[in-house]
Design a protein around this ligand. Structure first.
Ligand code: FES
Length: 98
């Protein structure tokens, strides 16, 4: 095992967990992939790829509030996210990376 510091200033996780309707999950409503795509495209377009990583994730534990997006290591959470909220999330990322 190797241990190292993260090469990113922040890591944005978008929960895409899908429980196929068995119980509430972030994939309900189908907006997660669009949220992820917009964030990835905008991080690249803004030249942040060396400082910001956007990744899909499994369950983050706040399923009833989904779709959920979180930013680490700053520990920011966004719940009930829609594609229209991505600009606000990107504004937070801009603030975090200075
Ligand atoms: S399904 Fe997304 S937080 Fe649990």
């Amino acid at each position: 095992m190797n241990r190292m510091s993260s090469p990113y200033r922040c890591h944005v996780f978008i929960c895409l967990n899908d429980r196929q309707g068995a119980r509430k999950a972030c994939a309900d409503g189908g907006q997660g992939p669009a949220i992820k795509d917009i964030l990835k495209e905008q991080v690249a377009a803004r030249g942040w790829k060396d400082r910001v990583r956007v990744s899909q994730s499994g369950c983050l534990g706040l399923c009833e509030r989904g779709p959920n997006v979180m930013i680490y290591p700053q520990g920011l959470w966004f719940s009930a996210v829609t594609p229209a909220d991505t600009n606000a999330i990107l504004d937070e990322v801009a603030r975090l990376i200075g």
